[in-house]
Design a protein around this ligand. Structure first.
Ligand code: FMN
Length: 207
């Protein structure tokens, strides 16, 4: 396991640039329908959480707050989400796919679920907090990739009620970035992109 808060005193370049690029390219969104239900060692989740904590943040606010649900805990979360959705209007707010039974079935297919919270700092811009939290989540996705553990980042935005935030230890001004649905898969698909990076970059040399 990667040591907690163990900062390298100098850059230990143990990974070749092409190895990192391969990991980045190998990261896939893998869905609970594909999950096999095999156990995942807790240290994989601990590595993901530790890697999240090394994301950059404006003013060192480190705003990410996570809850990890496993075993019966996943159903407890699913039931809480369903309860708040029902209380806050359910179908009226367009949550057709998030019925109680759907959420429980989804939770049962996952080995772990991590909730992605962001604690707002009163003195820094919202957007910088969001940038930092998104970086932390990407770190987790990449770490899961190195362990060949499948993850889907599910935003599920419409059930981010104040009730759900409070349930997760947040307050209304905080944010919920969704859920990491985590499981093992049999097949690891190749990714694809609509266009190469060349079409999204301008180089300006001033020559
Ligand atoms: C913030 C965020 C939320 C996402 N939410 C969903 C989702 O609700 N359902 C889904 O199928 N994919 C979701 N995705 C995954 C994207 O669809 C996926 O990243 C994209 O298709 C590219 O595939 P790849 O991740 O395998 O490279 C989400 C991705 C991000 C960054």
């Amino acid at each position: 396991m990667i040591g907690e808060l163990e900062a390298p005193t100098m850059v230990q370049n143990e990974m070749l640039p092409e190895e990192l690029l391969n990991t980045i390219k190998a990261r896939r969104t893998l869905k609970p329908q594909q999950f096999t239900g095999r156990q995942i060692e807790r240290r994989v989740i601990e590595d993901m959480l530790e890697s999240a904590n090394w994301a950059p943040t404006y003013n060192n606010t480190e705003p990410w707050r996570f809850s990890v649900y496993e075993g019966e805990g996943k159903r407890i979360l699913a039931n809480a989400r369903a309860e708040f959705i029902e209380k806050n209007g359910g179908m009226d707010i367009g949550l057709h796919e998030n019925t109680r039974s759907d959420l429980i079935a989804e939770a049962d297919r996952c080995t772990y679920i991590i909730t992605l919270g962001m604690k707002r700092h009163p003195d820094v811009p919202l957007i910088t907090e969001q940038f930092g939290t998104a970086c932390a989540i990407q770190n987790m996705l990449l770490m899961a990739t190195t362990h060949r553990v499948g993850v889907k980042w599910s935003y599920g935005g419409r059930d981010h009620s104040d009730d759900l935030k409070e349930y997760l230890g947040l307050v209304p001004r905080d944010a919920l970035f969704g859920f990491l649905l985590i499981g093992t898969v049999e097949e690891w698909p190749d990714g694809e992109r609509e266009s190469g990076i060349e079409s999204k970059v301008r180089w300006v040399s001033g020559d």
